[in-house]
Design a protein around this ligand. Structure first.
Ligand SMILES: [Zn+2]
Ligand SMILES: [Zn+2]
Length: 126
């Protein structure tokens, strides 16, 4: 895997939220450093599966907390062509499969933080 290639293809992240600071990690994860000091790391696959739009939530096996069950195999190769701010409260992904109707509020992103500490506080998402 060529690091320079990855840097060239990862879209710019919104910088206008006061809730948290977004950045790309070297292994193409999105990192959010929250205002309270907590940090979250998300793979794009995880975020695509967590799309909160009405269409994804209707996916046959809806999880208890609304986390849709787009199969991981289907989400794995989907990339983000762009990431746009939605005001200051949310971000929107332009996914490489053409999907773009999901707004991800920062509040929601914090709720689905995949770190062990946050994971133990909620229903497993897997
Ligand atoms: Zn969706
Ligand atoms: Zn966390």
């Amino acid at each position: 895997m060529n690091y320079h290639y990855l840097m060239m293809t990862l879209p710019t992240l919104p910088t206008n939220s006061k809730r948290g600071k977004l950045s790309w990690t070297g292994d193409s994860k999105i990192k959010i450093e929250w205002e309270d000091g907590h940090a979250s790391l998300y793979t794009l696959t995880y975020l695509r599966r967590a799309c909160p739009c009405a269409r994804c939530k209707q996916w046959p096996k809806k999880e208890a907390d609304g986390f849709p069950a787009l199969p991981e195999a289907q989400a794995r190769n989907i990339q983000a062509n762009a990431v746009h701010p939605v005001g200051r409260y949310a971000i929107q992904f332009m996914w490489s499969d053409g999907h773009m109707t999901g707004y991800y509020p920062y509040e929601y992103l914090r709720k689905i933080c995949p770190c062990p500490e946050c994971t133990t506080k909620r229903i497993p998402l897997a």
